[in-house]
Design a protein around this ligand. Structure first.
Ligand code: WQD
Length: 366
C-alpha cells in the first residue's frame, strides 16, 4: 500500500527490459504494484519479438508475478496511445533511452531522436490521457565537469557536459521543468544516477553481457571470471589518491529501491488542481542524486574484485579516455531526507554480485 491507499497502483515502466528496468520492475512487483512494460528491445538480447525477452521472464520467475509487456517504441505515438487506453496508469517511470556515451558522440541524432523526441512523444500521450506523474531516469552526467565535490543537486547542470548522451538527459530535465511550470497538475521527479553496477543476488538478472563492456565494473567482472584477459586502466595520472579515476558506484538494488521511494513520494504528491492553493505556482519538479555518496578509484575496484574472486586481475596502464573526469561522487542527503532512501550495499556486494551474474551468464551462454 502507498500511504494506506487501498487500490492497486498501476505503473508504466518504459525501457523495463533493460538493466535498470528489470531490477526496478522486480522491486515494484514486490510492492504489489501492477507493472506494465513498454520496450522496443533495442538494448536487450532479443527473444523473438512477440515473446517476452528472457530478462523479463526471469523477473516473473523471481517475483512469482506476471508483467504485462508491449513491444513498443516510445516514438510510436499511436501504439503508445493504445496502451494508455488499456490501463489507468497512476504514474510512469521513464527509463527508455540509448545510453552509450561513446555511441552518442558518433550518432548524436539517434540520441536526440530516441531520448529527447521520444520523451516528448511520451509526454504528449501522457497529457492526452491525463497521466501527469513521472519519475525520470536522469544521470549525473548532467552536472558536466564537477565544479565541487561531493556533487549536490544545487550544482549547475548543462554546462561543460562532455557528450550528446549527457546533454540529452539535461535537455529532457529542462523540458520537464517547463512542462511543470506550464501546468500545475504535473509532478515530476528526476533521478540522477551516478554509476549503477552489480546485479540481483540471485545472479539471474544483471547488465546485458552482449559484447565487450565499455564500463569498468562489468569489464573487471569478465576479467575476474576469465572471459577477458586484462583491464586497460584509462590513465593513472589524475589528481586522485592513486592517480586513477574516482567514481560513485551504486548497487543496482539500491538504485531500484530509490525508484520505489520516488514513486511512493510522487503518488502522494497532489499536483495543485486549478483554483487550489498552489495552483499557478506550477507543478512539482524535483531532482535527486542516487549514489553511494563516496568515491572509489579504478584500483579500489580492481583490488575489491581480487579479494572477492580470489584471483589476480591483470591491468595495463594506458592513456586517459576522451571525456573522462578525474573524480565524480555524490552528496545524496536530499534523497535521504525527502525520499527516506539511502544506499546501503557495499563495494564488496557490488563486485560479488557482478562476478556471480557474469559467471551465470557465462554458463548460460555456453
Ligand atoms: C569508470 C572509471 C574510467 C573502463 C559512464 C557514463 C555515465 C553512466 C555510467 C549512464 C573511469 C575507468 C573504465 C575501462 C577504465 N552511464 N575505466 N577502464 O564513464 O564514469 O560513466 O557510465 O548513465 O553516464 O558516462 O563509467 O564505468 O565507463 O568508467 O579505466 O575499461 O573506470 O576511466 O575512471 P563512467 P565507466
Amino acid at each position: 500500500n502507498v500511504g494506506n491507499v487501498a487500490q492497486v497502483v498501476v505503473v508504466l515502466v518504459t525501457g523495463g527490459c533493460g538493466y535498470v528496468g528489470t531490477h526496478t520492475v522486480l522491486q515494484l512487483l514486490e510492492q504489489n504494484v501492477h507493472v506494465v512494460v513498454v520496450d522496443n528491445l533495442a538494448g536487450v538480447t532479443r527473444g523473438n519479438d512477440e515473446k517476452k525477452p528472457t530478462s523479463l521472464e526471469r523477473v516473473e520467475e523471481l517475483s512469482g508475478k506476471t508483467v504485462d509487456f508491449h513491444n513498443v517504441d516510445i516514438n510510436d505515438a499511436e501504439s503508445l496511445d493504445k496502451i494508455f487506453k488499456l490501463y489507468r496508469f497512476d504514474c510512469v517511470i521513464h527509463l527508455a533511452a540509448l545510453k552509450s556515451v561513446g555511441d552518442s558522440c558518433s550518432l548524436p541524432l539517434d540520441y536526440y531522436r530516441n531520448n529527447v523526441a521520444g520523451t516528448v512523444t511520451l509526454l504528449e500521450i501522457m497529457k492526452k490521457n491525463q497521466v501527469v506523474k513521472l519519475v525520470f531516469s536522469s544521470s549525473a552526467t548532467v552536472y558536466g565537469e564537477p565544479q565541487y565535490l561531493p556533487i549536490d543537486e544545487q550544482h549547475v547542470t548543462g554546462q561543460r557536459v562532455t557528450n550528446p548522451y549527457g546533454r540529452s538527459k539535461y535537455f529532457i530535465e529542462e523540458i520537464l521543468r517547463d512542462l511543470c511550470t506550464s501546468d500545475p497538475k504535473w509532478s515530476v521527479i528526476c533521478l540522477r544516477y551516478f554509476n549503477p553496477v552489480g546485479a540481483h543476488p540471485s545472479g539471474r538478472i544483471g547488465e546485458d553481457p552482449a559484447g565487450v563492456p565499455c564500463n569498468l565494473m562489468p569489464y573487471v567482472a569478465q576479467v575476474a571470471v576469465g572471459r577477458l584477459e586484462k583491464l586497460a586502466v584509462y590513465g593513472n595520472d589524475y589528481s586522485t589518491p592513486d592517480g586513477t579515476g574516482v567514481r560513485d558506484y551504486i548497487h543496482i538494488m539500491d538504485l531500484a529501491e530509490g525508484h520505489w521511494a520516488a514513486t511512493k513520494k510522487i503518488l502522494k504528491e497532489k499536483g495543485a488542481k486549478a483554483g487550489e492553493e498552489g495552483a499557478g505556482a506550477g507543478g512539482s519538479w524535483l531532482a535527486y542524486n542516487l549514489g553511494l555518496g563516496r568515491g572509489y578509484s579504478v584500483l579500489d575496484v580492481v583490488k575489491c574484485f581480487e579479494s572477492v574472486s580470489g584471483r589476480p586481475i591483470a591491468v595495463d596502464f594506458v592513456q586517459r579516455r576522451e571525456g573522462d573526469v578525474a573524480s565524480s561522487y555524490s552528496d545524496c542527503s536530499l534523497a535521504v531526507r525527502q525520499l527516506e532512501w539511502k544506499a546501503s550495499r557495499t563495494l564488496t556486494d557490488m563486485c560479488k554480485y557482478c562476478a556471480l551474474w557474469c559467471t551465470f551468464e557465462s554458463l548460460h551462454l555456453l
